[in-house]
Design a protein around this ligand. Structure first.
Ligand code: FE2
Length: 275
């Protein structure tokens, strides 16, 4: 249950920091499981994840991951000969996107009533978990995530998506913590990611510039949870340090609202995951 102060903070700044929502034991279980999934995964070397170049996303492996658990390589994981330049476990950008449905360890966390209550406290009628990702931000090769708003990918009218960003490890300026634009959630949605069949592309909606020079870094401790508004611009720098920066994210949409058929992530088989 969020306090009145926490709700006011969210309304004003577009985010709220909830310290220590995952225990050390939770984090260890989630991280261990993530590395097990990497070792056992079938990995398509042609699918590398980059927010700078989304061209590679036009393929079945990505679209099919909406209802599967799949691993995506870092853009810079390969050498010039096309071979992994470091062990597999340190080459993965992220795992997504139905971990909360298909993996017991992740499902147990996603089902905790405390997390559904946060979305209800922030105004959602039927909190529905659409997407879970483990984001690795690997040492030295962890890529930048350019400024964006998550509502671009989870379009509802009115906008409803909330992002839960759990630090599985300490996130620092050195290893690529999040940067936010406090108050920026009151601005317009700048673009929308549109999917038609197997084609995906970004549709510009509003020319408001990104807060490139005015973001606020959000270093957080392992176990902390940042919850933020779907219109809140955010960014994270590349990780050039020697330490990884694992995070777990949930994208929670109000299931009481129509979910746009143009959103890339659809769940025709799994259906809604109510929190
Ligand atoms: Fe995001």
């Amino acid at each position: 249950m969020l306090s009145a102060e926490q709700r006011q903070h969210f309304d004003r700044d577009g985010y709220v920091l909830l310290p220590q929502q995952l225990s050390a034991a939770d984090r260890a279980a989630l991280i261990d499981r993530a590395y097990e999934l990497i070792e056992s995964a079938e990995i398509d070397p042609n699918v590398r994840f980059s927010t700078v170049d989304r061209e590679h996303l036009n393929n079945d492996f990505f679209l099919g991951s909406a209802e599967k658990v799949r691993c995506f390589f870092e853009e810079k994981a390969f050498n010039d000969a096309g071979e992994l330049a470091q062990p597999r476990a340190q080459s993965i950008n992220k795992i997504g996107h139905a971990l909360h449905d298909l993996d017991e360890v992740y499902r147990e966390v996603a089902q905790r009533s405390v997390f559904g209550d946060i979305a209800r406290d922030l105004g959602q009628q039927q909190p529905s978990l659409y997407q879970t990702m483990v984001i690795f931000k690997q040492p030295r090769i962890g890529g930048e995530v350019v400024w964006h708003q998550d509502a671009s990918f989870f379009y509802t009218e009115p906008s409803s998506v909330l992002t839960y960003w759990f630090a599985l490890e300490d996130a620092t300026l050195e290893n690529g913590c999040l940067w936010l634009d406090p108050g920026g959630q009151t601005g317009p949605l700048r673009e929308r990611y549109h999917c038609d069949g197997k084609e995906m592309w970004m549709v510009p909606l509003d020319a408001t510039p990104w807060p490139t020079d005015s973001g606020t870094p959000m270093p957080v401790k392992a176990g902390d949870l940042l919850v933020f508004h779907g219109h809140l611009p955010h960014y994270s720098a590349a990780n050039r340090s020697a330490r990884s920066r694992l995070a777990l994210t949930f994208h929670v949409v109000d299931g009481a609202l129509p979910y746009a058929p143009e959103n890339w992530l659809q769940r025709p088989t799994l259906g809604p995951f109510l929190m």
